[in-house]
Ligand binder design. Structure first.
Ligand SMILES: Cc1ncc(COP(=O)(O)O)c(C=O)c1O
Length: 382
C-alpha cells in the first residue's frame, strides 16, 4: 500500500484547489482552506479536534459573505431570512414550505422528535450502536429504548427491526449514514424499509451525513415523504456545510407532523445571520464539492495509514472513520490526548474501537504520529 506522504498530500491539495478555480470556487481560497489558522497560533494547549465530526474546510466564502451582510439588519426579527432559507430548502427538497421545520442545529429537531414521540411508556426502536441523542432525550421523559444490535460487520438487521415493529411502538429512529460506524443502507434499501414499516409506525431518519454519500439525491428518504408516508427526515448544516458553531438544521415531514414538532420544539430560535449563511451555502454547489473532496483526501490518508500499520477499518460514507483497536478505549483516548489529539472511543460487544474525524492535513498528521506512538503497528492482527 502506497504511503500518502506529506508531499503527496500537498500536491493533491494543490491540484484540488486548482480544480476548484475551474469549478468557480474562487472564494474557497479566501476562507483559509490552504492554511490552518489554528496551527499558525499553535499553543501548548492546541489539540487536533478529531472527536466531534466537525468540518474544518468551511464555512463557505459565500456563506461568510451572507452572514456579514446580515449583521447590519441584526436589529430586525429575522422573518425575511427565515422565509428565504425555507424557500431555498423547499426548492432543493422538492416539497412545499409547510413540510419544513428549521432548528438551531438538528439537535433541536431531535429534541422535538423526542418530545412528540417520547414520554411515559413510549417505546423507541433503533439500531445499536447509533447516534443516540434522540433516544436519550426520550428516555429522560420516561420512554423505553428498544434496541436491535448491528451485525458484526456493523450492518443493520432490517428483518429483526421489522419484527420488533408493533402497535405499542411510538417511533422508529434510523441514522443513515450511521454514526459511529460510517456505514450505510443504500437508498433503495432504506426507502423500501421506510415504505414497509411507516404504515405502522412513524420513521425518523437522521441524514446528518447524507452529503458525503456517493449519490445523496437518490439516497435520501424524502421521496417517501413525497409519496405520503409518515417519515421524518432530519438534516444538519453542521457537517458538509461546516456550520457546527452556526447551528442550523431542518426537518422534512408531513405538514401535520411538522405542526406537532413545532409546538413541542423550535420556534424562531435561529439567528438571521445563520439563516442567511445557510441559504447561501445550500446553493453553493462548488463549495459542497470542495468540502467532499477535502474529506475524501483525508479519508485516503487515514486509510493508507491504517493499511500500512495493518489495521482493519470500516470504509466510511461520512467524515469519520471507525476502526478496531487492541487497547482499552479509555487508556487509548487519554494517551492520544496527551499527544494533543482528541478522538472518540467505543466499546461494541467487547471490542474497542477508535472513531477519528477527518481534519486538515496538519491535524491528521498529528493523529498519525500520535497513533503510531500510542498503538504501534498491526496490534489488531493477532
Ligand atoms: C447523526 C447525527 N445527528 C445529529 C447530530 C447533531 O448535529 P447538529 O446538532 O450539529 O446539527 C450529529 C452530530 O454529530 C450526528 O452525528
Amino acid at each position: 500500500m502506497k504511503n500518502f506522504s506529506r508531499r503527496n498530500w500537498l500536491k493533491a491539495s494543490m491540484t484540488a484547489s486548482a480544480g476548484l478555480f475551474t469549478l468557480g470556487y474562487a472564494n474557497g481560497m479566501e476562507t483559509g482552506h490552504g492554511s490552518n489558522s489554528l496551527l499558525k497560533n499553535r499553543k501548548e494547549d492546541y489539540y487536533a479536534r478529531l472527536s466531534s465530526n466537525e468540518n474544518p474546510f468551511g464555512p463557505a466564502g459565500s456563506a461568510k459573505k451572507a452572514i456579514k451582510a446580515a449583521i447590519d439588519d441584526g436589529y430586525l426579527y429575522p422573518r425575511h431570512h427565515r422565509q428565504k432559507l425555507m424557500e431555498a430548502i423547499a426548492e432543493k427538497e422538492g416539497v412545499s414550505t409547510d413540510h419544513i421545520l428549521l432548528g438551531a442545529g438538528s439537535t433541536e429537531l431531535l429534541q422535538a422528535g423526542a418530545r412528540v414521540y417520547g414520554g411515559e411508556k413510549a417505546k423507541i426502536l433503533s439500531a445499536d450502536p447509533t447516534y443516540t441523542s434522540l433516544v436519550r432525550m426520550a428516555q429522560t421523559g420516561g420512554a423505553d429504548w428498544v434496541r436491535v444490535p448491528l451485525t458484526k460487520d456493523m450492518d443493520h438487521q432490517l428483518d429483526a427491526m421489522e419484527a420488533k415493529v408493533s402497535k405499542d411502538l411510538s417511533l422508529l429512529y434510523m441514522v443513515n449514514p450511521n454514526n459511529p460506524t460510517g456505514k450505510i443502507l443504500t437508498g433503495d434499501e432504506i426507502k423500501s424499509f421506510c415504505d414497509l414499516v411507516s404504515d405502522k409506525v412513524p420513521v425518523f431518519v437522521d441524514e446528518a451525513y447524507l452529503d458525503y454519500m456517493e449519490d445523496p439525491a437518490n439516497s435520501t428518504v424524502t421521496e417517501c415523504i413525497k409519496n405520503g408516508k409518515n417519515v421524518i427526515v432530519a438534516r444538519t448544516f453542521s457537517k458538509v456545510h461546516a456550520f457546527a458553531g452556526l447551528r442550523v438544521g431542518y426537518c422534512v415531514a408531513q405538514p401535520e407532523v411538522i405542526e406537532k414538532m413545532a409546538k413541542e420544539g423550535p420556534r424562531n430560535t435561529l439567528s438571521g445571520p445563520s439563516m442567511a449563511g445557510a441559504a447561501a451555502s445550500l446553493m453553493d454547489e462548488s463549495f459542497i464539492q470542495y468540502s467532499v473532496k477535502k474529506n475524501n483526501e483525508g479519508k485516503k490518508y487515514v486509510y493508507d495509514l491504517l493499511n500500512k500499520l495493518g489495521y482493519d477499518y470500516f470504509p466510511s460514507h461520512t467524515n469519520f472513520i471507525l476502526f478496531p483497536i487492541q487497547m482499552d478505549g479509555d487508556i487509548f483516548r487519554k494517551k492520544m490526548m496527551e499527544k494533543q489529539v482528541a478522538i472518540k472511543t467505543w466499546n461494541i460487544e467487547g471490542q474497542n474501537y477508535c472513531r477519528v474525524s477527518m481534519g486538515k492535513s496538519d491535524d491528521l498528521e498529528m493523529f498519525a504520529d500520535a497513533f503510531k506512538s500510542v498503538a504501534g503497528s498491526s496490534l489488531n492482527k493477532g
